[in-house]
Design a protein around this ligand. Structure first.
Ligand code: NAP
Length: 218
């Protein structure tokens, strides 16, 4: 049985736990008040705000060595919502990997919503989780666990795809894609568009799962 530790019991922590538990994984939760937890999972999901990553890495670095550590954060400047708080060319995941050099850091879930993880569907399509990382075995284990929980999961390429300064968030979630298209943040190549006869000015969004997106956020 896959054993998974989830830091954070908020919206995403609960939604991700629901998916992975449906797939048969054994789930351990670690809350913000647990300062010296014994981490049981082989996969550790950090379902916490971006600023909490550094403290968790500092407190649990020894225990996280050798484990798969999943960064789900969107490191936005929440005072303005118009910029990332990580340097251009870097990413939250890259920073986490630097702090945890012996862990296998993945980026995943950041392009999903808690609600569509829980429902398993968005826009009439299965909710799709993008997984970026440099360790093939770690990615396969997470993808298998997500798929066992009834969602789609796609290998989105190397951890370097989880970078700031790319063309924008990826085409994993049709609702998110539509929002990003409104902002002009999704490159046209990220979607396979076909015009709907009923609304010719609104291209239908079809996910291009065969080719990873240019960026999976930060
Ligand atoms: N909500 C979404 O749809 C969504 C989508 C994509 C990505 N994300 C990302 O997912 C992450 C979590 O978002 P959320 O919506 O789940 O936030 P949330 O509902 O506010 O939950 C955050 C959780 O993190 C916990 N936490 C904070 N510091 C911690 C620490 N040091 N150790 C353990 N737990 C800690 C909090 O515990 P306390 O309550 O005790 O402080 C809380 O349970 C964020 O980075 C966000 O950017 C969210």
């Amino acid at each position: 049985m896959t054993s998974i530790t989830i830091f954070g019991t908020g919206n995403m922590g609960q939604a991700i736990a629901g998916v992975l538990a449906r797939g048969g994984a054994d789930i351990q939760h670690v809350g913000s008040l647990d300062t010296d937890a014994r981490i049981a999972g082989d996969i550790v999901v950090l379902a916490v705000p971006y600023p909490a990553l550094a403290a968790i890495a500092d407190s649990y670095g020894d225990q996280l060595a050798g484990k798969t550590v999943v960064d789900i954060t969107n490191p936005l400047d929440f005072s303005t919502f118009d910029a990332l708080v990580v340097p251009v060319g870097s990413s939250a995941a890259a920073g986490l990997q630097e702090r945890l050099p012996e862990a296998k850091v993945l980026k995943a879930f950041n392009t999903n919503f808690a609600a569509t993880l829980a429902s398993g569907t968005v826009g009439g399509q299965p909710t799709t989780v993008l997984v970026a990382g440099d360790d093939a075995g770690a990615k396969t284990a997470l993808i298998d666990a997500v798929q066992a929980g009834g969602l789609a999961a796609v290998d989105a390429g190397a951890l370097s795809r989880a970078r700031a300064g790319g063309p924008g968030l990826p085409a994993a979630d049709p609702r998110r894609v539509r929002e990003d298209r409104l902002d002009g943040r999704v490159h046209p190549r990220e979607v396979t568009s076909g015009r709907s006869p009923s609304s010719p000015r609104t291209p239908a969004v079809v996910l291009t799962a065969a080719r990873p997106p240019a960026s999976v956020g930060a």
